[in-house]
Design a protein around this ligand. Sequence first.
Ligand code: AMP
Ligand code: ZN
Length: 485
Amino acid sequence: MKIKLYNSLTKSTDEFTPINGNEVRMYSCGPTVYNFAHIGNMRAFLFADFLQRVLRVVGEHDLKWVMNITNIDDKTIRDSQPGSNAWLGDMGKQTDNPLENLLNLTKFYENEFLKDIATLGINPEHFYSMPKATEYIEEMKDLILKIIDNGIAYVSDNSVYFNVNEWRKKDIYGKLKKIDFDNFLQGARVDADTYEREQASDFVLWKGKKENEPFWDFEINGVNVPGRPGWHIECSAMEKVLLDLPFDIHTGGIDLKFPHHEDEIAQSKAGYGIEPTAFWCHNEFLEVEGQKMSKSLGNFFTLRDLLNKGVDAKDIRLAMLSTHYGTKYNFTFKDVEATRKARLRVQEFIYTLFDEQFGTKEVSIDDLQNSVFVQLADDLHSPKALAAIFTIINNHNAAELTKESKDQLINLFAKLNDIYAVWEITPRPAEEKQEAPVEVIELANQRWQAKKDKNWGLADEIRAKVTSLGWTIKDTKEGFDLVAN
Ligand code: AMP
Ligand code: ZN
């Protein structure tokens, strides 16, 4: 099925077609590993995961999915400095080698990140690559040299800057977000990795070496300019090496449109002569009480915070996937609890599909699958897709279906679970079976006898009594099962 996606570049919902045959090459801006990620960050990664799964399952595409690990930037350097409180005892000893400290700190948080996303149902096997910025420094230097050679970057104060005004003579700067050039600080330069729109100005590609910071030598026109890459150039270089340009889709949180993604577009075009991609997809924020969840505001939960409160990671995943990625999601515990109920209802239906009890009704499986897939294909409309799943559940009683229909539904739910990854496509596990009270077992045995005697009236009467006691009798090949209501 063809997938339509909202494209931040064209500002419309466009039909998506891969550039090379059936393969989708997708790049997602990954985490900056200076501390534990908060669940706002996780929304961005779950969105990317959901998108790549819909492309696989609904679009039937092959995927080449890259998510980078930002292990060098302002924050990672700041927090790897001796004395930082992001440093935990098990990261090893702090040394007087800034690069070693940086790699120790970021390796630790990278591992925590990998554990967190696996807990949230992101399958590590789905990644083609997770490149770390420090492993692509040479490629970043090459790109910077190309931009300098093309006259769009200059060296000043031992750093290299992208010349925005020069670039504006050749192309638009402000493709993803309109930039207010009246407030553009002419001739001003910004060294920080993140900055506001009002401060748009020449941005840094290579930051000159500072005291106690990691650095690499960099020969520019015969002169060594030791330093380290700016954040934006990292993604431009890594996506080119790993996916080639242009690739199919670039994802990230909405705050990355400017400056990060705008700068990526300008750098790639100024250096390689090609924009990274024609499809930019951005997720909206996860908020807490109307504010973006962020470390700087201090209003954040990490995944471990929530797990420690007894929340199930599957419910966090489904809660986030229950809101359309393009709208804000207000995080509340009440919502996660409501999501849990919804998740378990679906799970219960899946279990009943495995019960050895069959009827004569048949399903029209293609129609059922389409009812969900059309919603997912329409810019990942997950709330409508979930509503369609509930319609399937509400309209079908598994016990009335033929074996073939039940098997078809099991297959359909397996496909849906390839996308949502929050259910078990298995018979009900034995340990979930609650022991029925003796009185109920006795009644169920009496009903079994009544059935054998073909005394259907009595059998039905006893079944009703058992139901009123909170249990359901399910007939099986060997006899019966008792399931708590
Ligand atoms: P960072 O680790 O800070 O580089 O951020 C990783 C990803 O999380 C980026 O794609 C951000 O846009 C995204 N992000 C940060 N805060 C939020 C939030 N509150 N809601 C959704 N996405 C966010
Ligand atoms: Zn990036």
